[in-house]
Design a protein around this ligand. Structure first.
Ligand code: PEP
Ligand code: MG
Length: 588
């Protein structure tokens, strides 16, 4: 009889296949006493294991680079950073020296201690580090014991991977041709394993009872990564329903592949430009510039955060030039350094703030340390000679901040001109709209601003007073709130009335269910992680401007988030699925 297990939806999509349960191979480790004379030998084994695991992590990162977004590929950088953390190494060595235990035992103890510390942390992102430390421990011990890494395959048939958890290093062991879904006991929606599953397009449900999973190896099951459900021994009716959904999913994927290089216009010919968000030079390598209108948001802070000291002006010029060359004449919007809040700079001492998200971040910090702003803007100006560059200012709260930045820009352009250095004199200066108070005063600020870009990630967090990184209130972080839609409407109206270009560069720009609303509210530029561009384009090509406007008008007038979500479900989702079905039928 069918059994339905409720878990947490971690990666969208559905899958049908038998469950195969995999055990972590390293439950048992050898234990021995180490003589004083052998302590050095154990430390040398540690160096060897760290070097070996680093190489395999970097190999894995390279192997997955084509399938994962740049941000996700960085998960492996974080693991390498733990491996090379001097404190971690010192702690393991101290364990060997003081307790005279072998390296495997020392690692097990230190990893368990770190895990506990991370698991007790308030910040959910830090709590996730516990899984990374566990993964590092497992890989090190695996390397020491020269354990053949267990490949997760089901002898060439399709399967659902089941285990107590899915860790970043597991991604390299999956049989990518046959893995259909992932089911685990541990992990959350934001765990690294879940992020990787999403990036690899594998439906996943986490939070399912381990004992149950172990006992059902070989059982046919359905993973519903949209609803967070696993159905064991599905009934014929369940199978009918989910096979239909699988067909739908495949139809969407096929249509997405077809529209990849088609124009991004509504069916009645209204163009909406789709730009890419990038986070550093590595993103540039993977960019398919033919499929986008340009780079709508270059989050320059990530390049600063990866380093051990501030990049020099020349180093910055080289990086910005890479972006300009990659975009081949299409616009590149460089956001000035947006550190602070949840983005610390290791080599720059930040104050201990009670509310860092409301604190010294973005432009506030740069205006207090104008050297940073000067060298960055100068570097962008020098790179601008290669094409069409724009400068975007984060966390702007008032017109006067924009005026001060413009003064810096004017001074820099005058200097460059005087010294004969090439730059684009038409370079534009824009403002991120992410601090709510800016919205009512936009008409005052627009004369000193060339363009706007709405940072809905922060704007929504400030409008709803819900921390975007706090899992406890994550359910309340809902951009479909009619109040948010009304604010978005106000911003578009103010910008359009002043004839200034306005884009959205927060996550909602890449959420295809949002697309008809955004177009209906008056947005004609959306900037998103490149992976979302094809799906958003497909959506855009499905609704006329009139339909988008009608949907947006109705949503804005609604009284609750639930009503807006129902509208999405009843009219956007269902209509889209019907259209896809029709296009599939016409193929037959
Ligand atoms: C935003 O706030 O929407 C945004 C794009 O900036 P970030 O996510 O980098 O804060
Ligand atoms: Mg922001």
């Amino acid at each position: 009889m069918a059994r339905k297990l409720k878990g947490i939806a971690a990666a969208r999509g559905v899958a049908i296949a038998p469950i195969v349960h995999f055990h972590a191979a390293l439950d048992h480790i050898p234990t021995w006493k180490v003589a004083e004379a052998d302590v050095g030998g154990e430390k040398a084994r540690l160096s060897g294991a760290i070097a070996g695991v680093t190489t395999s992590l970097l190999d894995l990162q390279r192997e997955l680079a084509g399938s994962l977004g740049n941000q996700d590929v960085r998960i492996y950088d974080a693991q390498v950073a733990i491996l090379h953390d001097p404190t971690f190494r010192r702690d393991v060595e101290a364990e060997i020296e003081q307790r005279k235990v072998n390296l495997e035992v020392a690692l097990q103890r230190v990893v368990a201690r770190y895990e506990q510390v991370f698991a007790a942390m308030e910040n959910p992102a830090m709590r996730e580090r516990a899984a990374d430390v566990r993964d590092i421990g497992r890989q090190l011990v695996g390397a020491l014991l020269a354990t053949e890494q267990q490949k997760y395959t089901a002898n060439g048939s399709d399967y659902l991977f089941a285990a107590d958890e899915f860790l970043p290093s597991d991604a390299g062991l999956l049989d990518r041709a046959h893995i259909r879904g992932i089911v685990t006991q541990h992990g959350g929606k934001y765990s690294h394993g879940a992020i990787l599953a999403r990036s690899l397009g594998i439906p996943a449900v986490v939070g399912i009872d381990q004992v149950m999973l172990e006992s059902v190896t070989g059982t046919l099951a359905i993973v519903d990564g949209d609803a967070g459900i696993v159905i064991l021994d599905p009934s014929p009716a369940d199978l009918d329903e989910y096979e239909r959904r699988l067909r739908e999913q495949r139809a969407i994927d096929r249509r997405i592949a077809e529209v990849r290089f088609q124009p991004s216009v509504t069916p009645d010919g209204v163009p909406v430009q789709l730009f890419a968000n990038v986070e550093g030079v590595r993103d540039l390598d993977a960019l398919e510039v033919e499929a986008i209108a340009g780079i709508g948001l270059f989050r320059t802070e990530f390049a600063f955060m990866e380093r051990r000291q501030f990049p020099t002006e020349n180093e910055q010029v080289a990086m910005y030039r890479r972006a300009m060359e990659t975009s081949r004449g299409k616009p590149v919007t460089f956001r000035t350094l947006d550190v602070g809040g949840d983005k610390p700079l290791g080599y720059f001492t930040m104050p201990d703030e009670r509310n860092p998200v409301l604190g010294w971040r973005g432009i506030r910090l740069c205006l207090d340390w104008p050297d940073i702003l000067y060298s960055q803007m100068r570097a962008i100006l020098r790179a601008s000679a290669l094409g069409h560059a724009r400068i975007l200012l984060p966390m702007i709260t008032s017109r006067s901040e924009v005026v001060r930045c413009r003064e810096v820009l004017d001074q820099l352009t005058a200097d460059l001109k005087a010294t004969g250095v090439a730059f684009d004199p038409r370079i534009e200066l824009g403002v991120m709209v992410e601090v709510p108070v800016l919205v009512p005063v936009l008409p005052d600020g627009l004369p000193v601003t060339d363009f706007l870009s709405v940072g809905t990630n922060d704007l929504v967090q400030y409008l709803l007073a819900v921390d975007r990184d706090n899992q406890r209130v994550a359910k309340m972080y809902d951009p479909f709130h009619p109040g948010v839609l009304r604010v978005l409407q106000q911003i578009a109206a103010a910008a359009n009335a002043a004839g200034k270009s306005v884009s959205i560069c927060g996550e909602i720009a890449g959420d295809h269910w949002f697309t008809p609303f955004l177009v209906g509210l008056g947005y004609r530029e959306l900037s998103m992680a490149p992976v979302f561009v094809p799906r958003v384009k497909l959506m855009l090509r499905s609704f006329t401007l009139g339909e988008c406007q009608d949907l947006a008008t109705r949503a804005v007038a609604m009284q609750s988030t639930r009503d807006v979500r129902r509208l999405v479900q009843d009219e956007i989702q269902s209509r889209w699925v019907r259209q896809l079905g029709a296009s599939e039928d016409s193929r037959r």
